[in-house]
Design a protein around this ligand. Sequence first.
Ligand SMILES: Nc1ncnc2c1ncn2[C@@H]1O[C@H](COP(=O)(O)OP(=O)(O)OP(=O)(O)O)[C@@H](O)[C@H]1O
Ligand SMILES: [Mg+2]
Length: 501
Amino acid sequence: MPPSSISPLPVLPKDAQSILNLAAKSLFDVFANASEGMLLVDRSGSVVWINDQYRRYLPALGFASEADFVGQPVASVVQNTQMQRVLETGKPILIDLLTNKAGTFVVSRFPLRDDAGLVIGALGVVLFDQAHSNLQPFLAKFSLMQRELDEARTALAVQRRTGASLRQARHSFASFIGGSAAVVDLKRQARRAAQSSSPVLLLGETGTGKELLAHAIHASSPRAQGPLVSVNIAAVPETLLEAEFFGVAPGAYTGAERKGRVGKFKLADGGTLFLDEIGDMPWGLQAKLLRALQEGEIEPLGSNLLVPFDARIIAATSRDLVQLVQSGQFREDLFYRLNVLPLRVPALRDRSSDIPALIEVLAEDLAMRGDLPQPEFSVQAVALLSAQNWRGNVRELRNVIEQLLLRSDTGLMDAPEVALVLRESGLSQVLPAQMQVPNSQLSVLPMASKSADALMVPLSQQVEALERLAVAKALEVTRGNKAAAAKMLGVSRAKLYLRLT
Ligand SMILES: Nc1ncnc2c1ncn2[C@@H]1O[C@H](COP(=O)(O)OP(=O)(O)OP(=O)(O)O)[C@@H](O)[C@H]1O
Ligand SMILES: [Mg+2]
């Protein structure tokens, strides 16, 4: 084609300054078009302008209108902003990740200078936001890590300041082992209670799993992301309990408490407060606790200000609260306030069908913690453990299993080992119905058992078990008279002795 038909190529200005001005304008246009939002601050750090795209972040940042946002110091309206730093150092931050209430963003920040080169403001550019860019997985991961870091820092700071045990619930309903009708029913009620915000009262003997259940209720409640704060009322000296609950206002005391202390009620804000051993609450504090529960406000020691709190209450006790009310040791009004959703945790002896599953789970857990091999329990060993009275309930069962694990070289647990540990733990032994023979003879399976497992052991053992059972019964009837027992069974005394050893 003849050269004359080509339209002339656009040309750059000749002088460098004009080129720079052009480049600056082009760059700005690129940023303005590509960015997800722009914000300008003046020398003092106040927001002076935002563009249309930036405006859509305002609701998430907590502002209804642009007029509320513009004119404010940037640090007070955009959390974690670094604009102030750009103003102070005069250096740009070309690329950075910013997380705040509105999300996580890739941002750039530039100082703006006047003709004399002095910093007169700064421009912030949102390059990518979470929802619209293909950096989304990366940004989501970063914001999750940032959030977890913030939570960990907050928890640590609270712990340092107060010495409190602030922790997330460790257990869910799945950790509460048991498939007996009593447990299935309990879990159903507890799941329902978890959805309510009313106080829950956990009643049951020692070691039945009340604390475990409190954790599970918290973990499946709408407050699961909030803290679970526990106070064991029986373990805190009476004189310290009020400060522990309600906190201490700064300056109320000298010494260690000079700076004040946050109480457990306040620490549990947004979460659950677990009041363990509520039956041990001193009378004097019961009225204050009642008032706090009724009003939703607490009064820290040494202050006359009422501070609102937002904590869901779960209380537990192994004591008979009704009886404590009757004997005047527990306030009736507080009892009714707490007794809104009472849950009775059954004793282990009333749900012995759960014991085999508990043995398995507890043994596995203990073995893992102690770095020991996974133990195996014989059918007889399980039968013997299942027959016990377990006054200390699951805790006591756990202790016995732990001792068995520590003593065993082989990892195989049979009835004699179990019998020995039960005896040495000072437990009055209860033999399974099928095993009513003297302790020393516990090694074989019951014959009278209808379970298939019980009939699957060698016949010689089953015969031996029956013989031992018969000898034991005959000795019981003859009050230990061996000659009479042998005669009753039609065997020689020698044979009877054989079955005694
Ligand atoms: N159903 C269960 N499944 C698994 N472990 C359980 C169960 N119930 C209790 N445990 C375990 O038994 C031990 C005692 O439980 P927990 O401390 O919850 O009992 P508690 O009712 O609070 O006792 P106390 O009244 O003495 O404080 C804990 O190690 C717990 O994990
Ligand atoms: Mg407890």
